[in-house]
Design a protein around this ligand. Structure first.
Ligand code: PAF
Length: 278
């Protein structure tokens, strides 16, 4: 397991691997790895000859009032997990933005709703850093979790729109035993909040059960989820929507692939989750 901290060095290694005919699989992260990231690495390990994990807490995707300064970090633990999953290279740059930086990648429509409404600039920060990381790591495959659905959709859109020569591989959300979606931000939850957090996936499950029983009206499905979530009054909901999985536009009737997506605050912690309904 090699740790590379400079973009130039990483580009050299990636270029050399490609010249040797090797395929590169890439898992970009902000560190503080959990079982969800381990699953991404497992998928990457099967796809590429060379498996690269990046760890960079990207300031550009945090709003001024968000959690950049307290974002959890533990490089020792991260490298243990990376090694256990057969990672070849950890790319851990100290800095990614040269002085005078002024170039951004903005994906338009799919970033406006859902989280985009509450986190202005967030997705531009994500697509800009992911494009930069692709230029440095030169992956054939890049693996992303579906928990961050809007991120995944935005990155897929960027890759298609800009003819980036990389295949985006989505991987299903990994959940704790009680159903809570794995997230580095779960570390912020107090024990009491952690117990309450399960109401979020339970609300999505209630809607899914209803959809499976034949109810397809998005309004009825949302009501069911909101009612389930209301059992835990500590939640402050930002949005709960039934959307098309490719455009992320709200639908009135849940069809094949429709996704219920939710964002809510539990105390100071913002949690997101989503579930395919039908
Ligand atoms: O999902 C994440 O951890 C980040 O948004 C990503 C894709 C690594 C970009 O900083």
């Amino acid at each position: 397991l090699k740790v590379v901290t400079s973009s130039a060095q990483m580009q050299k290694l990636a270029g050399a691997a490609r010249l040797r005919g090797k395929t590169i699989a890439f898992v970009p992260t902000m560190g503080y790895l959990h079982a969800g990231h381990a699953r991404l690495l497992k998928v990457g390990r099967r796809l590429g000859d060379v498996l690269v994990l990046s760890i960079f807490v990207n300031p550009m995707q945090f709003g001024p009032k968000e959690d950049l300064s307290r974002y959890p970090r533990d490089f020792r633990r991260d490298s243990k997990i990376a090694r256990a999953e057969g990672t070849d290279i950890i790319f851990k740059p100290g800095e990614m933005y040269p002085p005078g930086f002024q170039t951004h990648i903005e994906v338009e429509k799919v970033t406006t709703g859902l989280c985009g409404e509450f986190r202005p600039g967030h997705f531009t920060g994500v697509t800009t850093i992911v494009a930069k990381l692709f230029n440095v790591v030169k992956p054939h495959f890049a693996v992303f979790g579906t928990k961050d659905l809007q991120q995944l959709v935005s990155i897929k859109r960027m890759v298609r729109d800009l003819d980036m020569d990389v295949k985006i591989i989505p991987v299903l959300t990994v959940r704790e035993a009680d159903g809570l979606a794995m997230s580095s931000r779960n570390a912020y939850l107090s024990p009491d909040e952690r117990t309450k957090a399960v109401a979020l996936p339970n609300a999505l499950k209630a809607a899914k059960a209803l959809a499976r029983s034949g109810v397809k009206s998005a309004g009825a499905l949302k009501s069911a989820a909101l009612k389930a979530l209301a059992k835990e009054p500590a939640f402050k909901i930002q949005y709960l929507e039934v959307v098309d999985p490719d455009t992320l536009e709200p639908v009135k009737v849940a069809g094949k692939g429709s996704v219920m997506a939710v964002a809510a605050y539990l105390g100071k912690t913002r949690l997101i989750d989503n579930l395919v309904l039908a």
